[in-house]
Every structure is written in C-alpha cells, then in structure tokens.
Design a protein around this ligand. Structure first.
Ligand code: SF4
Length: 298
C-alpha cells in the first residue's frame, strides 16, 4: 500500500531539504563569532595560521554559496514535536528522510551513507535508520521545531564513553573528558565544541553528548552545578595546548557543553561527542498550517 504525502508532510520535507543544504553552507552567527574571537586570542603562529585559513574558507563558502567542508556528514535532526502538531512522527520521519534524499540529489551533495557491513552505498544520504532523529515531545503545543546538524566523520570518530563509578565523582568525569580530548589531538579538526553527556545510562549519556553539541555556542546548562562544570572544563581543555588542528596553541576548543540526566545510584556514565570547527547547524519552525519559519533558533 502506498502512502500519500499531505501538504503538511511536504512542508516538513521542504524544511528538511533546505535545512540540510543551508546548514552545510551557511554556518550560524554564534559559530562565526566564536571563530573570530578564537583568531583574535590565539598567540601561536601555527594556530593563528590555521584560524586564518578557516576564516578564508568560510568567506569563500559565503562568496561562492558553497559548502564549508566537503564532508556532508550524516544528517542528524532534533525535533521538538508539539502534542497537537497534526502530523504523526512516523510521517515526520518520512518527510525528514525524503527531504534529506532530495537535497542530496538536487544539490548535488556527496552521499556518505553505506551499509555498515558491506560498505556499499545505501542511497542519497539515507539508509536503514538514516537519517538519525532525536525526538522530544512538548505538551500543550501545536508546532514542530526541526534542527539539522550534519555530523562529519572526523569529529564523530572522536566519540568516547566511560562507565565511571560513583566514587570517581566529578573528578573522574573531568579526567575522562580531558583524556579523551588530549587523545583525540588534531583528528576531530579542532577547535570545536566538546559535547559531554553525564548520567542516565550508557546509551543515553551518548545521546546527551550529541544533544550538547547541538546547542548554540556558549549557552549554559540550566543547572548551576552543571554550568559550573562546563566553565571549568572549558578552561581546562584550553590549557592542554593542543591548539587549532592539533598544531599547538591557546584555542583547543570553542566551548564545552554538558547535558545531564539523573542516574542509578551505582552508575556514573560519561560520554564525549566532539563537534569540529565546522559546527554546522540550521533550524526551522513549522506551524500546524505548514508555514515554515527559518529564523527561529531553538
Ligand atoms: S571533522 Fe568537520 S571540518 Fe573536519 S573534515 Fe569532517 S566535517 Fe570537515
């Protein structure tokens, strides 16, 4: 039995297609500001040179309306779905997948999706369980927010999980984050955003780490204890001297964001998910009537 796309489903598909391409070409203002500030405060010669090259890269992408990096990543979406939004999440997923495919073919974009065993290409950046969607359901609301975060492999390969024990405490969390980023060196194309997920379970901690890299740069966790840990880790990570692209310098990370969840009394999971300097991100709000607003960041 074939399904018929509704107008609303078509709007979500249009939004996904636009978001995927615009995220890859037009990096957000907060990232531009953070990269400019990094260039101003970096003191090492190789570090300054790297940040100058990044700046030129972004300017050329703007002028030529082209991609900021050749790695179009895997398309990751975050959706806030209102309780009264009149399209079922199964159809929202279908629309996100179809929009991703359409953008990849129409642009065209490099298609990165492969079967995880055979390594054969599975289509236009779609495949079994691709794209990846994080869901949140919002009571008493009739809207849909969609955020697209294309995730390059260079930074995604630098993802780490440790099941610390409660006795390791916050010290263990800090130590693991520092060890992970020092071990990663220049591989994830620094300086970027270090996303940290703490609490929950093993899988949920990694989910939270990915949520953390999706936030606008420099936003702080609503829990003051976690926000303090974000500040501390941001300072410590920039004392490692890894620097831009791992060539040494003052700016190793643009920010450290942490998302947390309560956990079992004998668990203390810590997950790290790195986002490279090209921390691409684009959002849209879709109303129940299918109207799309691309200027509403969430
Ligand atoms: S890690 Fe980021 S900047 Fe580096 S190649 Fe991949 S997408 Fe590009």
């Amino acid at each position: 039995m074939s399904t018929v796309a509704t107008d609303l489903q078509k709007s979500v598909q249009d939004a996904a297609a636009n978001l995927y391409v615009s995220a890859l070409k037009d990096i957000p203002q907060d990232l531009r500001d953070a990269l400019a500030a990094a260039r101003d405060r970096e003191t090492s010669t190789p570090g300054k040179r790297v940040l100058e090259v990044i700046h030129r890269n972004v300017s050329i992408a703007d002028e030529q309306k082209n991609l900021v990096c050749q790695d179009t990543g895997i398309a990751v979406y975050h959706c806030n779905v209102g309780e009264h939004f009149p399209l079922h999440p199964a159809r929202i997923y279908e629309a996100l997948r179809d929009g991703t495919e359409r953008a990849t073919i129409d642009h065209p974009l490099r298609s990165n999706a492969v079967h995880t065993i055979t390594r054969e290409n599975t289509g236009a950046n779609i495949g079994y369980r691709l794209p990846i969607v994080h869901w949140e359901f919002i009571p008493d609301w009739d809207g849909l927010d969609v955020k697209c975060v294309p995730k390059g492999s260079g930074s995604e390969n630098m993802s780490f999980l440790k099941m610390c024990i409660p006795a390791d405490g916050v010290k263990g969390i800090k130590q693991f984050v520092l060890e992970s980023i020092v071990g990663a060196g220049g591989k994830p194309c620094p300086p970027g955003i270090v996303g940290v997920g703490i609490g929950g379970s093993a899988d949920y901690a990694m989910h939270l780490a990915k949520e953390a890299i999706m936030r606008p740069i420099g936003t702080r966790n609503g829990d003051p204890l976690v926000a303090q840990l974000e500040d501390e880790l941001y300072g410590l990570l920039n004392e490692t001297g890894i620097g831009p692209m791992g060539l040494g310098g003052d700016v190793t990370v643009l920010q450290c964001h942490i998302e947390h969840a309560d956990t079992h009394m004998t668990l203390n999971p810590v997950a790290v998910n790195y986002q490279c300097w090209a921390a691409r991100r684009a959002s849209a709000h879709i109303g129940p009537d299918g109207s799309i607003d691309y200027d509403r960041e969430f």
